[in-house]
Design a protein around this ligand. Structure first.
Ligand code: AMP
Ligand code: MG
Length: 402
């Protein structure tokens, strides 16, 4: 009987239904870049904290400008962090600098370039409207305002905002801890002495790097041979983790023992065969409640499965919704053959275009063992199951690879 292949979207829903975010913790804002907030961030202060000068000049009362030019007495000075505490009477102004508090009795700041000052008097030549060059109190945000809503991954701009909100600590989801197991009798760690027929593990280091690029903590658990009890031991040792990812040994060959080992360790299987290329033999299940991905061994398949499934799963563990990877529309610059029943993620080169949509060119060789070509590619063209042939110039959906 032919294998039933699960559509990619259905597989993603199954993964969604099994993953919960890890717990939250309070950390210093300084270390919060890339973390996902677990509660709304509420401002502890207003910004600006008072009416502040937006320019260097003189804080004046616009009611003094009825006839121009006019000369006004300079009675004090307000600098950033050193406010002037007095009250302006009619005919009086103060020297003021950017960021300084504007006294309540002033209602505009005239910029120094439009004045001439002499003997304690400043001459104003041009009219000025009320509020000119003043940044009003709380114009940016107010004390008690919920600004960043959870869940949200913090970027550098957010960190600056949270600091301005006087939040030296933030409540964020812990970084998920994810283990990576490479399997296969022929696999070596880079740097080890190689014998005939052996290859170096691209997947261990590559998948760890992918996991870290998504903000999680990766643990390279090394290489396990195609041996049932050794695979079982390695799986057993992963209990402390939030997710386990293996590569290799999930196909149907005599030495593909990962599924059997995981079942013997209590794996509840959600799917094993996906309607995608590369990456058909993708195993997914839970070990107790821990999600487990058994990725295929071919490095391109493993990395494409990581982009399509692992990335969203890590996002979910980190507290985010875990949407499908971001995609964009590009214009094809070569022809693509009609597709069969598996969603095809075609390795391609995406390029900016001076006018209109970016262009995308598929690589001629799509063999899923060719690691150099995956590195040359910077995008995957999504070719739907049973889609017709596409010709040069057609718009296509593309997932950029980061
Ligand atoms: P498998 O899924 O175990 O049948 O492996 C498929 C192909 O991927 C074989 O040619 C393996 O040698 C290769 N492979 C498996 N694991 C790795 C790895 N960690 N790094 C590079 N290639 C691998
Ligand atoms: Mg193998």
């Amino acid at each position: 009987m032919a294998d039933t292949l699960l559509p990619v979207a259905d597989a993603r829903h199954l993964v969604h239904s099994t993953i919960k975010p890890v717990e939250a913790e309070h950390i210093k804002l300084r270390h919060a870049l890339g973390r996902v907030i677990a509660e709304n961030s509420v401002a502890r202060v207003s910004h600006p904290p008072a009416d502040l000068a937006a320019m260097d000049g003189y804080a004046i009362r616009t009611s003094d400008l009825v006839s121009l030019p006019t000369k006004i007495n300079i009675v004090g000075e307000s600098a950033a962090g050193q406010p002037w505490k007095g009250k302006l009477n009619s005919g009086e102004c103060i020297r003021i600098f950017t960021g300084a508090i504007v006294p309540e009795t002033a209602d505009a700041v005239v910029i120094q370039e439009n004045t001439t000052a002499e003997n304690g008097l400043v001459q104003i030549n041009r009219p000025l409207i009320k509020g000119k060059n003043i940044r009003a109190r709380a114009q940016d945000f107010y004390k008690g305002e919920a600004i960043l809503k959870y869940p949200h991954m913090l970027n550098a701009r957010d960190i600056g905002l949270l600091a301005a909100m006087n939040l030296p600590e933030v409540k964020v989801y812990r970084r998920p801890r994810i283990g990576v197991l490479s399997t296969g009798n022929e696999i070596l760690q880079p740097g080890e002495t190689i014998s005939e027929g052996q290859i170096f593990s691209a997947n261990g280091p590559g998948l760890c790097a992918f996991i870290e690029s998504k903000g999680a903590q990766a643990f390279n658990l090394g290489i396990v041979p195609d041996n049932l009890s050794k695979l079982r031991d390695a799986i057993k040792r992963s209990g402390e983790l939030d997710m386990l990812v293996s590569s290799g040994g999930v196909s149907v060959g005599d030495h593909d023992l990962v599924k059997r080992a995981a079942i013997e360790e209590g794996l509840q299987i959600y799917f094993h065969k996906i309607a995608m290329r590369p990456g058909k033999p993708l195993l997914y299940g839970t070990l107790k409640n821990m999600p487990f991905f058994g990725l295929p061994g071919n490095p391109v398949s493993a990395m494409v499965c990581a982009v399509i499934f692992l990335g969203p799963a890590i996002a979910m563990l980190s507290g985010l919704p875990g949407d499908a990877p971001e995609s964009l529309t590009a214009r094809l610059s070569n022809d693509i053959a009609a597709n069969n029943d598996r969603e095809h993620y075609i390795r391609a080169v995406l390029q900016r275009s001076e006018s209109g949509l970016p262009t995308v060119t598929s690589l001629t060789n799509q063999d899923s063992a060719l690691i150099k070509l995956l590195s040359e590619a910077n995008a995957l063209i999504c070719h739907a199951p049973h889609a017709e042939a596409l010709s040069n110039g057609s718009p296509v959906r593309v997932i950029p690879l980061t």
